[in-house]
Design a protein around this ligand. Structure first.
Ligand code: ZN
Length: 201
C-alpha cells in the first residue's frame, strides 16, 4: 500500500514538473529563471567557456517547450538583453545568452515601428540571387566589425512562438542580413568566419 502511494506521488510530481518546464533541462531552467525576465549576461568570444557555447550546434524547440513558462521567460530576457542601452544590438540568438536552443530575436526594420520579433526553429529555405557586402558587428565579438557578403533576400521558415504553426516569408534588405547573422549563431558560426575583413571598431 505504502509503495503504491509513493508511486502515485512520484507520478504526479513528474507530471507537474513536465507540465511546468516542458523538455527544458534543469540547467536551462535554472539559468533562465535566474534572469527574472530581465537582461542576461551576453556570452563573448573572449571568455573560454562562452566561446565553446558560441561554437556549439543548438537544439530545436518542441511545441511543449515553447508552451512552457520557461520559454516566455527566455525570450523576454533575450529582448531585454538585445535592448541594453549600453550595448544595443539589432538581433540576438539564444546561445548569446548561454542557452543552446534554436530561437532568435530579430528587429524587423522592414516593419512599421521596427519591432523585435521572436522566431522559433528558424531555417533559411532559400537565398535570392543577389548578394552584397555590408558591415557587421556582434554583441558576442566585442570591439570588432567586419565586411560580410550576404544574400539581399531570403525565404525564411520558422515556427510561430504562440501556436507553433509553421510560417514562411520572403525577407529582404538589412532585415534579411540580420536573420542570416542570427541563424548562423544557431549552428555555432560567427560572422568573423564569413568576413572578407575584420577590423577594430
Ligand atoms: Zn552575433
Amino acid at each position: 500500500m505504502k509503495r503504491k502511494y509513493i508511486t502515485i506521488v512520484a507520478a504526479v510530481c513528474a507530471l507537474f514538473v513536465t507540465s511546468c518546464g516542458g523538455g527544458w533541462s534543469a540547467t536551462e531552467e535554472e539559468l533562465i529563471n535566474s534572469s527574472r525576465m530581465s537582461r542576461m549576461r551576453v556570452t563573448t568570444v573572449d571568455n573560454e567557456a562562452d566561446s565553446l557555447l558560441l561554437r556549439s550546434e543548438c537544439l530545436p524547440l518542441t511545441a511543449r517547450e515553447v508552451a512552457s513558462p520557461i520559454f516566455g521567460r527566455l525570450v523576454a530576457s533575450m529582448v531585454e538583453s538585445v535592448n541594453d542601452p549600453e550595448n544595443r544590438g539589432v538581433g540576438i540568438a539564444a546561445p548569446q545568452v548561454g542557452v543552446l536552443r534554436r530561437v532568435v530575436v530579430v528587429q524587423r526594420f522592414d516593419k512599421a515601428g521596427t519591432p523585435f520579433e521572436v522566431y522559433v526553429n528558424p531555417v533559411i529555405e532559400s537565398y535570392g540571387e543577389e548578394w552584397s557586402v555590408g558591415s557587421e558587428g556582434c554583441l558576442s565579438v566585442p570591439g570588432l566589425r567586419g565586411e560580410v557578403r550576404r544574400a539581399t533576400s531570403i525565404t525564411l521558415g520558422w515556427r510561430d512562438p504562440v501556436d507553433f504553426e509553421p510560417r514562411r516569408e520572403v525577407i529582404e534588405g538589412f532585415t534579411a542580413v540580420i536573420f542570416q547573422h542570427e541563424i548562423d549563431h544557431l549552428g555555432g558560426v560567427l560572422y568573423t568566419d564569413r568576413a572578407d575583413s575584420v577590423n577594430e571598431e
